[in-house]
Design a protein around this ligand. Sequence first.
Ligand code: FES
Length: 168
Amino acid sequence: MSLHDPRYKARIASHLAKYPDKRSAVMPLLYIAQEAYGWVSPKGVQEVAEICEMDPTQVKSIAGFYTMYSERTKGRYWLHVCTDLPCALNGAETFYRELQDYLGVEEGGTSEDGLFTVEHVMCLAACDKAPMLQCNFRYMESLDMEKMKAWIEERRAELEAAGQGQGA
Ligand code: FES
């Protein structure tokens, strides 16, 4: 899959049409690259750079600055746990460590079944709902490990039922 795939043509064109300068479309195009490759791969960066008429180094630096872009492969569910101070005061660091232990991953790691990638992030502006995380850019709030384990096992069961579980 690449950004030149016909399925992305209309979306890319619509983003480019919003701006007088192609470079302004770099962020939405990086999203599309991430969707196409599953991460912001070097090839994705190169393609975005070509479309936006930018230097690939500039595009890569933008991708590296924002946490919503992943510069490495990741699981189907990308879990960003806020461990910033207000959340930490409400148990977020313990929650984060327990989540890592449950999934058997280190910071930025992906579970053995390839489903869950876990990273910690700074404030996501839901400090009163800690512990909280964003999964594929959707917020999950007021969490504890019992809720989290149930959610994780539901996702695993869904994929198993769809024949896409581990070893499928
Ligand atoms: S500190 Fe975690 S959401 Fe604000």
